[in-house]
Write a protein that binds this ligand. Structure first.
Ligand code: SF4
Ligand code: SF4
Length: 433
């Protein structure tokens, strides 16, 4: 072994003290910070980081930490003498949540209908962070889904451009299968069909597995793993949720007043609400319903403590009703995927409105032969250009995800909000796939 190599190995293995979030730890110089933190039980969330890829990618930025006061990506940092690392400060936690939220808003992430749900690293981070909604408007992208490859499907609308597949998946003769094409917001992953056809079944499966989201799918296999056997199905941890309002004060004999409505939804969330079985008795002890399809009361006759909104805004009437709920309810809760991000109705957001109408009324398989009228009348609510999540129209105070949300979970959250109690949610209850 030459002297220079010996010297560098000595430097690599030198034990040094480092500070992480104010605590002193000892580690060897040169080791990856994400791995070192993990050894000490400190999780730095990552998406693009993949141990086999050198040098590390540093593309997704969710591992951003502060080293000696400067922001940097944890996955590209190695232990050095005198290192002071900040990982879980409020500022960094919020930055990390913001990046996850941006990834959700930037792609089309319909978790309840996604093959990767339960195995998805992005979704797992969102659950762990207690994220129920993104603070950014959804872009609703329309990148073509590529079914042409021999074994794979590329769903670019879910791709987070982490670059793992580009670096990791090569043919036996070293050729790339995946590459970036286009630029800026148009950037997407392109599969080289010829090289992809050379991959073995195992290599194709490996590509699907290393993709942290559900962008790479293997035909006939993507849906194979049942729920209950997926990677993140049974994590034993609590999800952080906080109350954001003052406790509601009732006069003697008074009940909490609740209003509910279904906008562009399927009523499944209301059906789920009724599924709480014997808890209904518990509910009617403390709650009276006002404007709601459950009571058939059409207009508010008194102010509500809480309004539960199912469905997003697809037309002018939905917007009107939602605004009325905001005016008449102290606390507004979006419940279900459609209210939170548009859900299934928002799948029309990828297609121009005129094309949707023509498909529905003129050219669709179920249209009458010779049909040439798209219905329009003053009495029919006007369709919006796209379906909007409720929080893009009015302020929403709480979110209960799910498609539909689990019945007991809805009541647990609503009851906690009404009684002003912290909302205790385990990871498994919070999961909405
Ligand atoms: S499971 Fe993952 S990839 Fe699929 S929609 Fe949800 S976040 Fe996106
Ligand atoms: S397809 Fe998957 S692995 Fe490849 S860049 Fe996109 S998210 Fe990353």
């Amino acid at each position: 072994m030459n002297i220079l190599l010996k010297k560098s190995l000595l430097i690599m293995n030198k034990k040094v003290d480092i500070i992480i979030d104010g605590n002193k730890y000892q580690s060897e110089t040169g080791r990856n910070l994400v791995d070192v933190a993990k050894d000490f039980g400190i999780v730095i969330p990552t998406l693009c980081y993949f141990k086999e890829i050198h040098p590390t990618l540093g593309t997704c930025r969710i591992c951003t930490v502060k080293i000696n006061g400067r922001h940097t990506t944890g996955c590209t940092a190695t232990v050095q003498e005198g290192m002071e690392v900040e990982i879980n400060t409020p500022e960094l936690l919020d930055n990390r949540a913001a990046i996850v939220e941006m990834l959700y808003a930037e792609g089309n992430h319909f978790c309840p209908s996604c093959e990767k749900s339960g195995d998805c690293e992005l979704q797992n981070h969102a659950y762990n962070m207690g994220l129920t909604v993104t603070r950014y408007p959804h872009a609703f992208t329309h990148k073509a889904v590529d079914f042409t490859p021999h074994r794979m499907i590329m769903e670019s609308n879910r791709c987070i451009l982490c670059k793992r597949c580009v670096e990791e998946i090569k043919t036996k003769d070293g050729k790339s299968v995946f590459s970036f094409v286009k630029r800026g917001v148009q950037t997407r992953i392109q599969i080289d069909y010829k090289e992809e056809s050379k991959l073995s079944d195992e290599e194709a499966l490996h590509a699907m597995e290393i993709c942290p989201v559900g962008a790479i799918l293997v035909k006939g296999i993507a849906n194979e793993k049942p729920f209950g056997e997926r990677k993140y199905d049974f994590l034993n941890q609590q999800v952080q949720t906080k109350l954001k309002h003052e406790q509601i004060k009732l006069k003697d004999g008074e009940k909490f007043v609740v209003g509910t409505t279904s906008l562009a939804g399927c009523f499944g969330c209301h059906m789920s609400l009724l599924d709480i079985d014997t808890d209904l008795l518990d509910m009617v002890e403390i709650v009276e319903f006002n404007k709601s399809p459950l009571t058939d009361i059409k207009n508010f006759s008194k102010r509500c403590h809480i309004g539960l909104i199912e469905g997003g805004c697809a037309n002018s009437e939905n917007v009107h009703v939602l605004r009325k709920f905001r005016e008449n309810c102290d606390i507004l809760v979006s419940f279900g995927e459609c209210a939170i991000m548009g859900g299934i109705p928002a799948m029309r957001n990828f297609v121009p409105l005129q094309e949707c109408l023509e498909e529905s009324y003129l050219n669709g398989h179920t249209s009458e032969l010779g049909a040439d009228i798209i219905p329009h009348s003053e009495d029919i609510p006007k369709l919006l250009d796209k379906v909007y999540p409720c929080n893009e129209v009015v302020d929403i105070d709480y979110y209960i995800p799910g498609c539909p949300p689990n019945a007991q979970h809805i009541w647990k959250v609503v009851k906690s909000i009404l009684l002003g109690e912290e909302i205790p949610i385990s990871y498994n209850e919070f999961k909405y796939d």
